[in-house]
Write a protein that binds this ligand. Structure first.
Ligand code: NAD
Length: 261
């Protein structure tokens, strides 16, 4: 068991997919959870109840990650409720697949705001608390697309390369203060984010959806297997252990061999 009992973990975009998986895994290990993201009220309530059934407290804050003031209010509400900010997982993200000359500018702006700029705001408001405590973990859920590109994902690739760079810089700033800052770079994980882009990719490339799964998504994943949500969550938990205190500023691939080739 990871020693995060009683610590406060904020996970942005945790009403679905990878973020919800990380929230549940951290709750399993005794952390109080700040859940964030959009979705159906009943589903969010059910997720909170499931988390609290593990014996921890769950606070839901629906801050829109495109709105800096809402992000500031989220961090402040979490600190007021729990008295500390220990673990910050920047996970909220969206995708849009399109050739760049047809890329809707508002989609470009939203991807950069949610996938990159929101992490600047969560980090700048959380770090002062972590510095005071002398302990903190910042985990940025980047992507293989933070390390290499695919066509038709210019905004996403730009945002993910950006967060990998920001991770390195912040890690150096706080290296002597008991705070580590890392990016996890997953390959394809079957979540709504990926399921929603299968049709768009098929259209952009002029192929069938089955061909997208086998010839595009899993083509570069040498294990021929999707990464699981639980595997990403376990990786995030490991980064919170004492054994991970010298892992900082890293872009950590969990991609079935994609970036080895
Ligand atoms: P998902 O669609 O299941 O979850 C995305 C979450 O972000 C949801 O909770 C959603 O409500 C939230 N969100 C979206 N816009 C928001 C906003 N404006 N404000 C607050 N929350 C917002 O997707 P996922 O696959 O679980 O993705 C989570 C993260 O993992 C993303 O950053 C994504 O880029 C990254 N990632 C995913 C994969 C994959 O294959 N699924 C691979 C690598 C990286």
């Amino acid at each position: 068991m990871t020693d995060i009992k009683g610590k406060t973990a904020i996970i942005t975009g945790s009403t679905s997919g990878i973020g919800l998986g990380i929230a549940k895994a951290m709750a399993d290990n005794g952390a109080n959870i700040v859940l964030n993201g959009f979705g159906d009220d009943t589903n969010i309530k059910t997720s909170c109840q499931e988390i609290e059934s593990k014996g921890v407290t769950c606070l839901y804050n629906g801050a829109d990650m495109t709105k800096p003031q809402e992000i500031e209010a989220l961090i402040s509400e979490a600190h007021t409720k729990f008295g500390s900010i220990d673990i910050l997982v920047n996970n909220a993200g969206i995708q849009h697949v399109s050739p760049i000359d047809e890329f809707p500018p508002e989609k470009w702006d939203a991807i950069i705001a949610i996938n990159l700029v929101s992490a600047f705001h969560t980090i700048r408001h959380s770090l002062p608390h972590m510095k005071k405590q002398g302990w903190g973990r910042v985990i940025n859920i980047a992507s293989t697309h933070g390390l290499v590109a695919s066509p038709f994902k210019s905004a996403y690739v730009a945002a993910k390369h950006g967060i990998v760079g920001m991770t390195k810089s912040v890690a150096l700033e706080v290296a002597e203060q008991g705070i580590t800052v890392n990016s996890i770079c997953p390959g394809y994980v079957k979540t709504p984010l990926v399921e929603n882009q299968i049709a768009d990719t098929a259209k952009a490339r002029g192929i069938t959806e089955e061909e997208v799964i086998n010839d595009v998504l899993l083509a570069a994943q040498w294990t021929k297997d999707f990464v699981s949500i639980e595997q990403v969550a376990a990786f995030a938990l490991f980064l919170c252990t004492a054994n991970a205190s010298n892992i900082t500023g890293a872009a950590l691939a969990i991609d079935g061999g994609w970036t080895a080739a």
